[in-house]
Design a protein around this ligand. Structure first.
Ligand SMILES: Cc1cc2nc3c(=O)[nH]c(=O)nc-3n(C[C@H](O)[C@H](O)[C@H](O)COP(=O)(O)O)c2cc1C
Length: 299
């Protein structure tokens, strides 16, 4: 429920309603989420049947467009408050059982090592590197899973900020599998080619959608404790192709509180074509994986 893990909510408005089904309370509270984003305020309207919360509606000030918006956040919350007060009087029977607005994450699918494979090429260089990391995880006695992002139904973030209301994302697709896996992982490995200076679109979509994970951390107090590791490949040689990709993946990991290890960057693939033919590449990836996978004292 909103506000649970993040301190006190300020009471804005309360209305008690007597009905044949008993006493209901409609309550409007606000939470200052300025510690997450500047000026972010969340309003929550709840219906309580006796002391039990049976309905929750939340809206935050980042959901509206900055200018020219048709609604003001507080106004919207007040309209919902008034409508709920009216509805509870009209049909109290509809509010005697809780209606929970949340989308539970899958109960299964957790592993020690999550490998996000960003290339659309099933048998390309990033996929090969992902298999080396996967193999190192197995050899280290850890469970692992490679997510082939191109093959999943994961849509881009729509910037609705609803995840900061309830701690879940309203977009219906395969993303809960990734969120669940990341929340439980010890290690996150990102294997990706450089595409136009940064990562391919499916991986970028996943990184943006992980704002949901950021919201879960901030709103629900859940934690991501993984260590992070990037392996990137590029067609051109030198360090220049990797300037943006390393920054983007670094920002993605740090936003979630994931500590990134030094990345392994392998260029010149326009010439070499196959990463297996680049001398020392496999050894470097495997050695760096082993270093990240090794258990450590986090104290
Ligand atoms: C759409 C597209 C954009 C690319 N952009 C870059 C780039 O900006 N810089 C670069 O060095 N290589 C670029 N490449 C080359 C890939 O990074 C390279 O071929 C890589 O080895 C592909 O990895 P994969 O086999 O894992 O798919 C691009 C390739 C494609 C298909």
């Amino acid at each position: 429920m909103p506000g649970d893990a993040r301190g006190e909510s300020a009471a804005e408005k309360t209305k008690a309603v007597e009905t044949p089904e008993g006493t209901f309370t409609i309550r409007l509270t606000s939470d200052n989420l300025g510690s997450i984003y500047p000026g972010m305020i969340r309003y929550t309207v709840e219906v309580l049947h006796g002391t039990e919360t049976v309905y929750t509606y939340a809206i935050n000030s980042y959901e509206s467009a900055p200018r020219g918006s048709l609604f003001d956040t507080r106004k919207a919350a007040e309209i919902v408050f008034a409508r709920l007060a009216h509805d509870v009087v009209s049909r109290p029977g509809a509010y005697t059982r809780p209606r929970v607005f949340t989308r539970p994450l899958p109960g299964t699918g957790t592993v020690d090592v999550v490998i996000l494979q960003g290339s659309p090429r099933r048998f390309g260089n990033s996929a090969k590197i992902a298999s080396w990391c996967d193999d190192e995880a197995t050899q280290a006695g850890l469970s692992s899973r490679v997510f082939f992002l191109q093959e999943m139904d994961i849509r881009p973030c729509v910037g609705c900020y609803v995840c900061y209301d309830y701690g879940y994302c309203p977009v219906e697709d395969d993303m809960p599998l990734v969120i669940r896996a990341l929340e439980a992982a010890l290690v996150l490995v990102v294997c990706t080619p450089v595409y136009t200076g940064t990562v391919p679109a499916p991986l970028k979509a996943v990184m943006d959608r992980c704002q949901w994970l950021h919201a879960r951390e901030k709103v629900l107090g859940s934690e991501v404790n993984a260590r992070g590791f990037l392996v990137a490949v590029a067609g051109r040689r030198g360090t220049e192709p990797f300037v943006c990709v390393t920054r983007v993946v670094d920002a993605f990991m740090r936003n979630l509180g994931i500590r990134p290890a030094l990345p392994v960057l392998i260029g010149d693939l326009d010439r070499a074509r196959d990463v297996e033919t680049i001398e020392g590449a496999e050894d470097n990836v495997r050695a760096a994986s082993r270093a990240v996978l090794a258990p450590r004292d986090e104290g």
